[in-house]
Write a protein that binds this ligand. Structure first.
Ligand SMILES: [Zn+2]
Length: 308
């Protein structure tokens, strides 16, 4: 019996031990799970809180961006307005500047025109003469190399001299030997010359030294040209290559033939050329017209650019 009770006692102890173990295990598990659950919830709450906060921040950022976008739009509009204002002002300034420039140009042109000798493009006729006291504003010596051998030194209008030199140089480059026989002649020189002619040729002198031609020489812009073969201002010059060269090229240098063959104004003078400026000589060339064909008012439009 003692052994039995001893055995029962051991069984009881074992059961109690097992139950205790289970109880402790369950308690621990319960405790752990409670803790874990609690911890997870806290974390979740924390996360929720964080999410809420992030969402709020996002809302804030969104509204800030919207505000900034609005501000940028407004600034853009302001900038566009300012740009438009600036463009308008700039246009006004440009217009003003253009107007100002026009006025300056007009003043400059008027000043230039007032200083340009109107006689230089005057048509002379049996009723319109150059005053006997007329003297060109400035004369220069024509370099000796351009003067026909055996002829006296000559003067030409200072502002037209470079055009004459360029023309004679161009002729030389083309193998054409063009030389100056006579250029500026004062009223007195012309009167003496005419006196000599009259003594030599009688009234026949009027056919080659009448008032028109002599007026042009008194301007300082008319020139008698020839070549060594012809030797002087003679009709024979009209049959030379040099004359043909002048007919083709002289207008490019501002020179025109004053009295062409069969003209109605004066005797034919193939040697006598007048500087009228390149604008006018080109216009006449294009129109296939002679200087004396055009109306004086039409010619006067070219006075401003005579030395350009
Ligand atoms: Zn002449």
């Amino acid at each position: 019996m003692r052994d039995m009770s001893h055995l029962q006692n051991r069984q009881t102890k074992l059961i109690i031990g097992i139950i205790s173990t289970f109880a402790i295990g369950f308690g621990a598990l319960s405790l752990w799970s409670t803790y874990t659950l609690h911890a997870t919830r806290a974390e979740r709450d924390q996360l929720t809180l964080q999410n809420d906060s992030s969402a709020a921040n996002l809302d804030l950022a969104s509204s800030s961006i919207a505000e900034l976008t609005d501000q940028i739009s407004m600034l853009t509009i302001d900038l566009e307005d300012m740009t438009a204002d600036y463009e308008r002002e700039k246009q006004k300034n440009d217009d003003f500047e253009a107007e100002y420039r026009d006025i300056i140009n007009t003043v400059y042109d008027l000043d230039k025109l007032s200083k340009t000798d109107k006689e230089l493009l005057q048509k002379y006729s049996k009723v319109y003469f150059l005053n006997e006291n007329y003297i060109p504003s400035k004369l220069s010596d024509i370099p000796e190399e351009y003067i026909l051998a055996g002829h006296a030194p000559q003067e030409f209008h200072s502002s037209a001299l470079s055009f004459l030199e360029d023309m004679l140089d161009a002729a030389a480059e083309d193998g054409v030997d063009l030389k100056v026989v006579s250029a500026y002649r004062s009223f007195d020189t012309q009167a003496q010359l005419k006196g000599t002619y009259l003594q030599t040729y009688g009234t026949g002198a009027n056919t080659f030294s009448a008032d028109q031609g002599y007026s042009e020489h008194q301007l300082g812009t008319a020139i008698d040209l020839s070549d060594p073969a012809t030797g002087g201002p003679y009709d024979a010059f009209g049959d030379t290559e040099a004359y043909q060269w002048l007919l083709r090229h002289a207008y490019r240098y501002g020179f025109v033939l004053s009295y062409p063959e069969d003209n109605e104004y004066y005797v034919y003078e193939p040697w006598h050329w007048r500087f009228v400026g390149r604008d006018l000589s080109r216009a006449l060339h294009r129109a296939d017209a002679n200087f004396y064909d055009w109306d004086q008012r039409q010619i006067d439009d070219y006075l401003l650019s005579i030395f350009d």
